[in-house]
Design a protein around this ligand. Structure first.
Ligand SMILES: *Cc1c(COP(=O)(O)O)cnc(C)c1O
Length: 370
């Protein structure tokens, strides 16, 4: 195993599972559909550099990041495939976009003009993707204004509109709204084509779009979550393998008497004489305090419930009369024997989504790549 320092808490990143998921997604697509994998937010907590390098070796077409800084990280380690910045940037920050050959999302005239000027200065043509808002209400030029907007941007000589895209807010809960979005997005693409504006890449599908809406594939898809082996909702028919496991080791063991309060606020009390273990992980590592008293961990292939409040650096588990020892491995996400705890399960128990569980695992937790 790689070096984890002197605090035995780590996340294992299974790059073979990443490969498996990537191929599963690919098998879902027609042969002309390209794949952009979202590696923003440190590749959903899995580590942007090792994950991106692996994806490049697997033949990914495009990488998606949230910011210029994330794009620069990838360029600095020698990744030279196209990188789309999905987020917005300030007009005053366009230089590094040109310098590092990043593709910027554009949905304002102001940014387009400044980028055009910067590209001219660099004697380059800047590839851009235009984002159209068909119902997310976030970034994107409003659908009704999109055609005129694109026509205008099309005239800027130092910009190349390589892509046009939109995003689904309700693909998991509302097929009717999603099909409506697909429909109007198609109408826009048709209208552009009829007016001799040919944009090579059209895309809309996040993970849910990839799995649930073949009509949303166009010629590029933008999955994130499913590549990391996580499901955007239940009962989805695609086999995936979770990429991240989260583990720690028992760092302290003691016998305690019946009726003792454990951890801050004493929300848990021992029900009999029992063994209480301390784990060196807490909300400072992104193991959410919302999981206090709700999440399970695996010790010796068996499930135990977290006891009392999760602290910043430590978490307690009442293991009853189970024989445990300092140094025993504990699984917080992952499997041990037949038992498995998924990020989806933790998300459900914490009242959030699996995205937040994996993105939240902090910098203090070393990632070990397998
Ligand atoms: C993050 C992101 C995605 C990927 O979403 P998943 O649900 O993780 O597949 C797709 N498109 C955009 C614009 C995004 O920001």
């Amino acid at each position: 195993m790689g070096y984890i320092g002197y605090r035995p808490t780590w996340a294992e990143i299974d790059l073979k599972a990443l490969e498996y998921n990537f191929n599963q997604v690919k098998a879902h697509l027609s042969s002309h559909t390209k794949i952009l994998v979202c590696v923003k937010s440190d590749a959903y907590g899995h580590g942007i550099v090792p994950v991106s390098k692996k994806l490049v070796s697997l033949g990914v077409d495009y990488l998606g990041v949230a910011s210029i800084d994330e794009g620069i990280v990838l360029r600095k380690v020698g990744i030279d495939i196209p990188i789309l910045i999905l987020g917005m940037v300030l007009p005053s920050d366009t230089k590094p976009i040109l310098r590092f050959n990043l593709t910027q999302t554009v949905c304002s005239e102001k940014l387009a003009k400044v980028l055009n000027k910067t590209a001219k200065k660099y004697k380059k043509i800047a590839d851009i993707h235009i984002k159209v808002d068909t119902g997310m209400g976030r970034l994107g030029v409003l659908y009704n204004d999109a055609f005129n907007f694109i026509e205008k941007i099309h005239r800027l000589k130092f910009l190349n509109i390589e892509g046009v895209f939109t995003h689904f807010p309700c693909a998991d809960i509302s097929p009717s709204f999603t099909y409506y979005q697909i429909d109007i997005f198609n109408k826009l693409i048709d209208r552009l084509r009829k007016n001799n504006i040919h944009i090579p890449l059209c895309h809309a599908a996040n993970s849910m779009g990839v799995i649930g809406y073949r009509e949303a594939h166009f010629n590029l898809v933008r999955p994130g979550l499913i590549i990391y082996g996580l499901y955007p909702k239940k009962n989805i028919k695609i086999g995936l393998k979770p990429v991240m496991s989260l583990k720690t080791k028992i760092i302290y063991v003691k016998r305690m008497r019946k009726g003792e309060g454990l951890s801050y606020g004493h929300i848990y009390r021992t029900k009999k004489n029992t063994t209480v273990v301390t784990l060196p992980i807490g909300y400072g590592d992104g193991y959410s305090r919302d999981l206090s008293g709700k999440a399970d961990v695996l010790i010796g292939k068996a499930r135990f419930r977290i006891s009392g409040r999760i602290c910043m650096d430590q978490t307690l588990v009442d293991v009853g009369d189970t024989k445990v020892r300092i140094g025993d491995e504990v699984v917080l996400i992952g499997s041990d024997g037949k038992q498995r705890i998924t990020a989806e399960e933790l998300a459900y128990r914490a009242g959030t989504i699996p995205y937040e569980i994996v993105c939240g695992i902090g910098n203090r937790v070393p990632r070990i790549y397998k």
